[in-house]
Design a protein around this ligand. Structure first.
Ligand code: M6R
Length: 610
């Protein structure tokens, strides 16, 4: 989704802006642009990749000590050059913007009456003209103009603003969209995501809702929504510049799939040291919260929602606590019955997903005060806004298709299940020690599944020319089937649907013929015999089965039944192992089809707008 970088320095900022944009590319975008202040405003914009913008800036010898830059993921208006940011008002003021301005039509009408001419279809253009209008009524004070303008905006924004009359001044503001300040030595920066600034600084200030900041070479002054001067703490980011490099891998998705043993080991490190789990893994007052909760509500989107769905099976069966996993974008708008003793868990790789953040705020507004976020980005808004937190240690996930974030979320949710089971008297010490031992062995078991890649790749060759695929699972493996289908469709563009296998005969069986591959997750659990009957139903209609089976499931290959065997059944951790071959299947199917694996069309990594 859209990304912002800005810099004020004594050196040429263009390389800093371009490198920052390059590091934000993974978020998804369709045009890019920058403005530097160098006498007047020099603007360069291009459709497509940051590489095109880089070529254009070197052709135009763009140079300056103050600048703002942007990658745009189109919402209002097509991905064209005239809609790309920065937007400029009367050659005086330039703005980059993330978010959506809801009252843009009313503002546009008013600004037109004031004589402003609009050159784009974006909601952002109203911001730059509004600031321009106030700038000329506020004695050319850029800070005052931005404060007056943002007071009129409804919706979400993170903005960076420069003016040709203020060649050493970068003003920024945020509400509803993330924005941070990077502190350098006699130079300062802004960005929507810390990864953009890692080559120049790790020292970060996170702006809060409604903040406006006035940034110079040597000074950073922050004002809250009421206009009062405030101090915000600075942090040293835990992320490093090298973590987001591709290394010897062809794609980030491939790298991230193969990083899972390490990611799981790091995520579980503090938990598996002894034979007993401590609630403090989830925050210093987690014991107190766990003692009070009598239900769990999990809110998340996409892949994170699938992790929550698996956890709902664990929490009800192992901890005996009622649990509901819900899609965040639905929860935030429906009338629900709040239970003040429910633990509200938000799950997110990025911690920035607008729908998940809004769902958390909605839950709080309903009186929920037991909140927990399980997240992969330590400094994210979701983590900062939750009472309890668990940080997965997957490391930066760059590929749009979520892989290692999913399996580490599952590991965290399994720890939570064990702690709630213990709290509720449903876990004796010996069983707890056994589960912890299984968690210690998990990274090694994942590595064994990864070793099946060559076999999975051969299957993928057959998928490349398919139009559709069906994924089946039962019980806690049904969400794994959903996740497999999501992976396949988002990166290979093959239409895929997932069903609980018992549901086949209630409709989807009508789709089955020899051209419909049916991918099935077949663990040796209590539902195996039922699943085998469902597979017979598919074979009887000529459907071709691709089965990932536990060794002790005793499903063997036959005509129309292809089988890849995993190790013996892994008990409740089985969903984590069964998801790995589905990730590899979609990766290799996408490779066969030649799609842009890490940046699939129309998608963004962090969905920071509604
Ligand atoms: O950062 P989040 O976990 O909150 O993101 C949620 C979804 O946007 C994300 O999981 C999405 O579905 C992925 N592209 C799936 O691979």
């Amino acid at each position: 989704m859209c990304g912002i970088v800005g810099a004020v320095a004594q050196r040429n900022v263009v390389p800093i802006l371009l490198e920052g944009l390059r590091r934000l590319e993974y978020r998804g975008y369709d045009s890019a642009g920058l403005v530097v202040v160098n006498g007047g405003l020099q603007r360069v914009r291009s459709i497509g990749r940051v590489a095109s913008l880089t070529e254009a800036t070197s052709a135009q010898k763009t140079h300056g000590h103050l600048g703002i830059a942007h990658t745009r993921w189109a919402t209002h208006g097509a991905p064209t050059e005239h809609n790309a940011h920065p937007h400029v008002s009367r050659d005086d003021i330039a703005v980059v913007h993330n978010g959506i301005i809801e009252n843009h039509e009313a503002l546009r009408a008013r600004l037109r009456e004031l004589g402003y001419v609009f050159t784009s279809e974006t909601d952002t253009e109203v911001i730059v003209h509004l600031i321009h209008h106030h700038f000329h009524h506020a004695e050319h004070d850029l800070l005052a103009a931005v404060q007056l303008a943002v007071a009129e905006l409804h919706g979400a924004y993170a903005i960076g603003v420069v003016a040709q009359d203020a060649p050493h001044r970068l003003v920024c503001a945020r509400r509803g969209s993330p924005l941070l300040i990077g502190l350098g030595i006699e130079e300062n920066f802004i960005a929507s995501d810390v990864s953009a600034l890692l080559p120049v600084t790790q020292k970060i200030i996170y702006l809060e809702e409604g903040d406006v900041a006035d940034i110079g070479l040597l000074t950073v002054q922050i004002y809250d929504a009421s206009g009062a001067r405030v101090e915000r703490a600075s942090h040293v980011s835990e992320q490093s510049s090298e973590m987001a490099e591709l290394g010897n891998y062809r794609h980030f998705m491939q790298k991230e799939i193969h990083e899972q043993p390490r990611a799981l080991a790091d995520t579980l490190h503090d938990a598996v040291i002894g034979d007993s789990l401590l609630p403090e893994l989830f925050g210093f007052d987690a014991a107190e919260v766990f003692a009070h909760v009598n239900a769990v509500t999990i809110l998340a989107c996409g892949t994170s929602f699938h992790a929550g769905s698996v956890a709902s099976y664990w929490l009800e069966s192992l901890a005996g606590i009622p649990c509901r996993a819900e899609i965040a974008s639905e929860y935030r708008y429906r009338d629900s019955v709040p239970n003040p003793n429910a633990l509200v868990i938000t799950l997110s790789q990025s911690g920035e997903t607008a729908d998940t953040l809004a769902a958390l705020n909605h839950a709080k507004s309903l009186g929920h005060h037991y909140t927990l976020s399980i997240c992969n980005v330590p400094e994210s808004a979701l983590v900062r806004q939750s009472r309890l937190r668990f940080l997965t240690r997957a490391g930066p996930e760059i590929g749009v298709a979520s892989t290692k974030a999913f399996t580490t979320q599952l590991a965290a949710l399994f720890l939570l299940t064990l702690l709630l089971a213990k709290q509720r008297g449903r876990l004796d010490a010996a069983t707890e020690a056994r589960h912890i031992q299984s968690l210690r062995e998990l990274p090694g078991k994942v590595a064994q599944v990864l070793a099946l890649e060559a076999e999975v790749e051969r299957w993928a060759e057959r998928f490349a020319n398919k139009q559709h695929a069906l994924f089946l699972g039962r019980g806690m493996h049904y969400p794994i089937a959903l996740e497999g289908a999501l992976k396949l469709k988002e990166i290979s563009y093959i239409h895929a649907e997932a069903y609980p296998a018992g549901e086949l005969k209630h409709g989807p069986l009508a789709l089955v013929d020899k051209d419909m591959p049916v991918v099935t997750v077949a663990p040796n659990d209590t539902l195996l015999e039922k699943l085998k009957s469902n597979l017979q139903e598919v074979r009887a209609r000529g459907g071709e089965l691709y089965v990932f089976a536990d060794a002790d499931s005793h499903i063997s290959a036959s005509e129309g039944v292809h089988v890849i065997q995993l190790a013996e059944h892994a008990g409740p951790l089985s969903p984590i192992l069964h998801t790995i071959p589905l990730q590899m299947l979609s990766y290799h199917a996408a490779l066969q089809k030649g799609t842009d694996v890490d940046k699939p069309r129309n998608l963004a990594k962090s969905v920071t707008v509604e």
